[in-house]
Design a protein around this ligand. Structure first.
Ligand code: NAP
Length: 284
């Protein structure tokens, strides 16, 4: 219940009308009995006024979404190691007059794999897509594990730019890029395939980025699209008896990791909180 002790946390972006973040955060706050309320705000080109004003409102922190994840860096006093490498921030914390920046997007995805006990050490990973989400995931996986990552994209130049950036940050790791149309999946080496393109999401629900053919039976397929809950890509992988990971897990974990930053604590059982949210979250 909101009372005189309730404090605000929230999300700023350009169009947050359909976001599930308020539900996810407020449910987590209810589960762990924290007296905070999470609201979403569209800031319409007024990022400077909003951030500078919020500094004086005793707010714990904010999530930042499209299109402000890069621009917000100009207002931040301290970036953590990963967000500094990525040059993208999805979480800020107001801390004793300072603004600190973090990025939990890719770490949320990493948690969704750990949750399923998927081993990433020395594995071959294929990322489909080279947009903002692919960037978050590739950086977080490289930051956490020693895996080989290949990135393919419709526009191969974007895959190339991302791979060059990864190579300059992780000099001891291997990254390759290609155009998605050049991908040869015969006797594929991949252990994990991640769809980060928007194919599968409305209005492209009937599209899938690649055919599920030529993969090892142990290959795990992940989609980060979460509306619909089970994309055509995941349906096709499931039909071929592959293990699949749903995009909603990444969305919930990136939110819970942001709360750990704001409240400076660790959930006793983060998986249990995630399950509690999933139970009540309207999927599809
Ligand atoms: P983005 O930066 O706009 O990137 C979009 C990606 O999709 C690019 O690689 C783009 O390729 C590719 N793409 C778009 N239309 C395509 C098509 N018709 N054929 C082939 N490739 C196509 O977007 P983003 O922020 O990375 O988000 C991508 C998806 O991830 C969205 O559906 C978003 O909802 C989802 N997402 C989920 C989470 C989560 O927590 N689960 C978090 C973030 C994002 P080109 O470069 O060639 O255009």
């Amino acid at each position: 219940m909101i009372d005189d002790k309730t404090r605000l946390i929230g999300l700023i972006g350009e169009d947050t009308r359909k976001t599930s973040s308020p539900f996810i955060h407020n449910k987590a706050l209810e589960i762990v009995a924290k007296n905070y309320a999470y609201l979403a705000f569209d800031v319409k080109d007024n990022l400077d006024k909003v951030i500078n004003g919020l500094k004086y409102m005793n707010i714990k922190g904010l999530n930042i979404t499209i299109p402000y994840k890069e621009e917000v860096i100009g207002y931040i006093d301290e970036l953590d190691e990963l967000s500094n490498m990525m040059k993208s921030v999805n979480t800020i914390k107001f801390d004793n007059g300072k603004i600190k920046g973090f990025n939990t997007d890719g770490l949320g995805f990493y948690m969704s794999l750990k949750d399923e006990d998927i081993d990433l050490k020395n594995k071959n990973i294929l990322i489909l897509g080279a947009g903002g989400a692919a960037r978050g995931i590739a950086f977080a996986l490289s930051f956490k594990e020693n895996s080989n990552i290949d990135i393919v994209n419709r526009n191969y130049k974007k895959a190339q730019a991302l791979v060059l950036d990864l190579r300059s940050n992780f000099k001891d790791k291997e990254f390759k890029f290609n155009a998605i149309s050049n991908l040869n999946l015969k006797n594929s080496k991949y252990d994990i395939v991640i769809n980060t393109t928007s194919l599968g999401m409305y209005p492209n629900e009937n599209k899938t980025p690649i055919l599920i053919d030529g993969f090892k039976s142990t290959c795990v397929f992940c989609d980060i699209v979460y509306k619909p809950h089970e994309t055509l890509f995941l349906k096709e992988a499931k039909k071929k008896n592959h293990k699949i990971i749903y995009g909603i897990n990444m969305l919930i974990y990136q939110a819970l990791l942001a709360q750990e930053i704001w409240f400076d604590y660790k959930f006793e059982d983060i998986n249990l909180v995630k399950e509690g949210i999933l139970k009540d979250l309207k999927l599809n």
